[in-house]
Design a protein around this ligand. Structure first.
Ligand code: ADP
Ligand code: MG
Ligand code: MG
Length: 222
């Protein structure tokens, strides 16, 4: 029997995975211009397997356990740089989430912060390197701001609630992904962007991260 939170988590994961499937070709096209052309295929492999594993393997009422299982899926099927980095991301999120008995927006904010730190530590990239972190770091910053507001119990503006926090955070992720168009890469395969591509091609990994995050955030809303 799914709890209300389990239901929301399942809807969010499903929405995120489906969005990656939708944008597979775009991701491959961008990666073919600035990398080796497989970012969409790699992400698609993860997303389709997550959808297959969703009902049969993931203990949806246990958010930490579910993220841990997503990590296993990703590790098994993705490969590539994004596969390794999403494995690291899931492990860090799991380690953070499992410390809590109840999980809300604050705990997800802490988990995202731990994930971003782990990806940055192991991958050697930080903000402005033209990677997935350029979507995830701004998302994390915004989610943590709401987190602090909630912790301090400051008067939240009407409509400022965890759902609003996730939506605002996902908008920051999208803006961050868009901003990679202007960046010269410092990590990964796309370490040189031809001048004619600057301003037209975003980092595919950043777009992918913003896309699943935005879709998942909007699933929390509904
Ligand atoms: P590969 O480069 O092995 O083909 P993918 O195409 O699956 O990997 O993924 C490429 C994406 O991985 C990039 O668009 C970028 O967002 C992300 N990426 C690459 N290197 C790093 C890194 N060191 N830290 C964070 N993200 C990275
Ligand atoms: Mg690639
Ligand atoms: Mg590759």
């Amino acid at each position: 029997e799914l709890s209300k939170q389990g239901c929301i988590l399942e809807a969010a994961i499903e929405a995120g995975a489906k969005e990656i499937i939708n944008i597979k070709d775009n991701l491959n096209e961008w990666d073919s211009k600035v990398g080796d052309g497989d970012c969409g295929t790699t992400m698609y492999r993860g997303a389709t397997t997550i959808l297959e594993d969703l009902k049969k393997r993931y203990p949806m009422n246990d958010a930490a356990g579910t993220i841990n299982e997503i990590g296993s899926t990703v590790r098994r099927v993705m490969g590539g740089t994004s596969g390794i980095l999403y494995d690291i991301l899931c492990k860090a999120a799991y380690a953070s989430l499992k410390q809590n008995t109840s999980i809300g927006a604050n705990e997800w904010a802490d988990a995202l912060e731990a994930s971003v730190a782990a990806v940055s530590k192991y991958g050697g990239a930080s903000a402005g390197y033209r990677t997935m972190l350029d979507a995830l770091i701004p998302a994390c910053t915004v989610l943590k701001q709401f987190d602090e507001l909630i912790v301090l119990k400051q008067s939240l503006k009407a409509g400022d609630d965890p759902v609003t926090a996730f939506i605002a955070s996902s908008e920051a992720a999208s803006a961050g992904a868009e901003s990679t168009k202007q960046m010269q890469a410092k990590a990964g395969r796309s370490s040189y962007i031809a001048p004619d591509l600057v301003a037209s091609v975003p980092d595919p990994g950043a777009v992918a991260a913003a896309a699943w995050y935005r879709a998942a955030a909007h699933a929390v809303k509904s």
